[in-house]
Design a protein around this ligand. Structure first.
Ligand SMILES: *Cc1c(COP(=O)(O)O)cnc(C)c1O
Length: 373
């Protein structure tokens, strides 16, 4: 039998009774929009990450968008981010009329380089066309970016730090949880993320009560208290109560699943060391292991051998964002971000889930070793 790339079925079997009884309660009380489960989830998420407030919303993309809206990011603003990320990270910047300014990544962590960030901010300042407003570090594959250095560069330059924690909820950086590492953080509950629901969902985490209040307004059409009084332009971006109900029991077992994800990652690394480039987790970092991604110049050969053995793989991401047609208006060309481009050419991800068995992993490791020997 084929090994699933992401195993949601085994988790469902484990939690079936709890998930069903939580969702049944929603059918009974009938508050499908902003029901009590939404607020309970927000309390639990904030508590988990060690922040004051969580504001749930309809997706990780909307979590990013709403936070930039609350910061009044728009035309003339430069928002710095990684070109090696999912499209949504930069899409929301352009959607608001602001300009994504890409910054190349660190070759070992795949996350935005604080040194390159500082250089890029200086260039934008010298150019005098755009106002540096915000930086969106991405915690790629579940590994936190280098927040001490990013926050210090951001502080020196008056930038708001929006952590894209869509892949990293549950990870840690120097004893602190992701979601608490910048001024605000965007989470995604897309089903394949480490903490996923059964549809789209997301949240913003922050210690800033005023920001949380603004986000609560934005997610309901910019409402100000009364139903038919609107203080600003907003969105319809609420999390469904049914999704919150499904997330509550999943959050209960999430710490246990994170331990299992680490077990899976460690045994991949032990088995594959010396055959491919295995992922680095720097000292005092913990990854949430959204993906286990390796690099090899023999990528096509290894992927073909795995596919023939019933093992799916995926490439995150085959092209950095500066080379996407949608961003061609920014005027970038091949060679502008050499580290991102080089990594895009040799990276790929293996099946990852807390429920991957030792036997399944042995099989995967065996196929990879044999195909590069
Ligand atoms: C998944 C993801 C998003 C978007 O989340 P959605 O819930 O799918 O909208 C944003 N950024 C990164 C890095 C992601 O992986």
């Amino acid at each position: 039998m084929d090994i699933p790339f992401i195993d949601l079925k085994t988790q469902y079997k484990r939690l079936q009774a709890e998930i069903r009884s939580h969702i049944d309660k929603v059918f009974e009380h009938g508050q499908f929009i902003m029901g009590p489960e939404v607020f309970e989830l927000e309390r639990r998420l904030a508590e988990f990450a060690g922040v004051k407030r969580a504001v749930t919303c309809s997706s990780g993309t909307d979590a990013l968008l709403m936070t930039l809206m609350a910061q009044n990011v728009g035309r003339g603003d430069a928002v710095f981010t990684s070109p090696f990320t999912f499209f949504a990270t930069a899409e929301v910047i352009s959607l608001l009329g602001a300009t994504p300014v890409f910054v190349d990544i660190d070759s070992r962590t795949f996350n935005i380089s604080p040194i390159e960030l500082e250089k890029k901010i200086d260039l934008v300042k010298k150019d005098n066309n755009l106002k540096p407003a915000c930086v969106i570090p991405v915690d790629l594959f579940g590994l936190p970016a280098d927040y001490d250095n990013i926050n210090s560069v951001a502080k020196d330059n008056g930038l708001f730090v929006l952590e894209d924690a869509a892949q990293s909820f549950g990870a840690e950086y120097k004893g602190r949880k992701t979601g608490s590492l910048g001024d605000a953080a965007a989470l995604s509950f897309f089903p394949a993320k480490p903490l996923g629901c059964y549809g789209d969902g997301g949240a913003v985490l922050t210690d800033d009560g005023d920001l949380a209040g603004e986000l609560e307004s934005i997610r309901v059409h910019g409402q100000s208290g009364g139903k038919y009084s609107n203080r600003r332009i907003g969105l319809n971006a609420r999390l469904d109560t049914i999704q919150a109900a499904a997330l509550l029991p999943k959050l209960e077992i999430f710490p246990d699943e994170l331990i299992e994800r680490r077990r899976v990652a460690d045994s991949y690394s032990n088995g594959l060391e010396g055959y491919v480039e295995t992922p680095l987790v720097p000292d005092q970092y913990q990854s949430a292991w959204a993906q286990y991604s390796i690099m090899s110049d023999s990528r096509n050969q290894i992927r073909a051998a795995l596919k023939a053995g019933g093992v799916p793989t995926a490439v995150y991401y085959p092209a950095p964002l500066h080379l996407q047609q949608a961003f061609s208006g920014l005027g970038h060309k091949k060679g502008d971000f050499p580290i991102s481009e080089s990594i895009a050419g040799k990276i790929f991800s293996l099946p990852m889930s807390p429920y991957l068995t030792g036997d399944q992993q042995d099989k995967i490791i065996h196929i990879i070793k044999r195909s590069v020997e």
